[in-house]
Design a protein around this ligand. Sequence first.
Ligand code: ADP
Length: 545
Amino acid sequence: MSFPGLAAILTRFAEASERLAAAEALSQRLGVDEVIVFVRDPELGILLPAPGFRQTVTGGPEWRAFVATCATPGIHSADIDYPHRERKSPVRAHVSERGVALFLFGGVPNESVLAEVLVLLPLLGAVFHAEHDALLARGAEEVARATGRHAKELALALDSARSEVERALAEAARLNEELKDIDRRKDDFMAMLGHELRNPMAAISGAIEVMRARPSDLAQIERARAIIERQTEQLARLVDDLLDVARITRGKIVLRREVLDVEQIVRRAIEATHAPAVAKRHELRLEVRARVHADADRTRLEQMVTNLLTNAVKYTDEGGHVVVVVDRRGSEAVVEVTDDGIGIPAPMLPRIFEAFLQVDASIDRGPGGLGVGLTVVSRLAALHGGSVDAKSELGKGSTFTIRLPAVEPIVTKTPASSAPAAPGTGGKKRVLVVDDNIDSAEMMVALAETWGHEAFHASDGRGAVTMAQELRPDVVLLDIGLPGMDGYEVAARLRDDPRTNAARIIAVSGYGQDADRLKSRAAGCDEHLVKPVDIPSLARLLGRA
Ligand code: ADP
């Protein structure tokens, strides 16, 4: 027997959009609360509501346990909590061989209507299965598309990560090379330091040996003593250089700044390098293009220029030319040291100011140092708010330029103390030591400074006269036996010039006969000391500051 309208209802199940309404109509025809068709998912092996039916069934663990029992074909029933009812209510499931299950919730179904429905159920099941599979396939396709998208994003991310890693590796390799280079330089430096230390040590041990072997040969002992003194100084200079780089590198030096006439400092540096320049028969020329002042530390500025000059003299073959230019360029005080020496290979030029760096020590570049001189220059220039740079052409020569901020000079009246003070009365004096022998000049300068005076050094007569005009010294310690313009002429010129005639001039001479004393007095000297200078006499003449 066939129920009117039942076929129409069941036909509506063919359309997914009609299914919910059809299920509603069917539940009424069957006399139950709700009808839901489940299909078994072939991959998961579990029953799921067919497409178009209500997809969630609330009922908790009891419901899930019941659905689990419906895995096998046949009729399954249970009483479970059904949300719209206060009591437990019956649920029944008719499960087909192909895994299509008709779930009937609440109430007892009309069995004859149910029989009709069950006949058509396999047919509907086929439709539902097909839809379910299509749904899964669409899902899989969507997943595949999303996966593709993700894969692409992932590939891009991996690619940028890879270039990051490559960059990091390149940087690591570069740092590694740098470390290796530093390590190599450290080794070179240690070798160089050993060499530089061993030379003076050898000379000192030799001198000591002479003293031991010939204790009564006074002339030899004097020579040995002089050697020890010179070499000790050399050692002290080395140690000073090293400590200096360390201190300057760590920013541990304090500049004692004052407004300085740059030319004056440059002259001092020239004095300091005069002897080695003469020894190599270089022509050393100063070109003052403008008078310029800088707010700088006297000792440090001199050290910078001396280092550049020492290099120019050192890295230029005999008979070369070294020119020092003092100039004002815009707002900068400029000191330029140019030589026509061996030059620096272009690839080394940008690195020349690095600590312990020396241009290939294996090729013959003459006597090297510790490779710290230029480092000191560049750090000091920076500390003064300035800079240093180098230009060079291999085989042609080099130019090093120091630039410092220029300042206006402080104009002061000539202080009363610049008038010569009475001997031994004290007061800081400005002392000019004129001597072509660097060692003895340095000794005098050092002594004067020890006694609290300010001391300068000129190594020839002409330079002494120019320096005195600038410095207006209180005391001039004047060596008589000077090359070119001798001490007598220097004294006469100083007396003739109103800028320098007030100075107390002390002649220092190898000759002490009365005739010599008269001669120096006639030239304008106030005192006459005989070499080697008697220190207490000098102390008495200069007095202490
Ligand atoms: P060093 O103690 O070796 O002279 P520096 O730091 O003063 O150390 O100089 C570094 C290197 O630069 C020197 O070893 C030398 O090869 C090169 N150099 C410096 N000045 C000159 C110059 N005027 N001419 C040629 N080479 C120079």
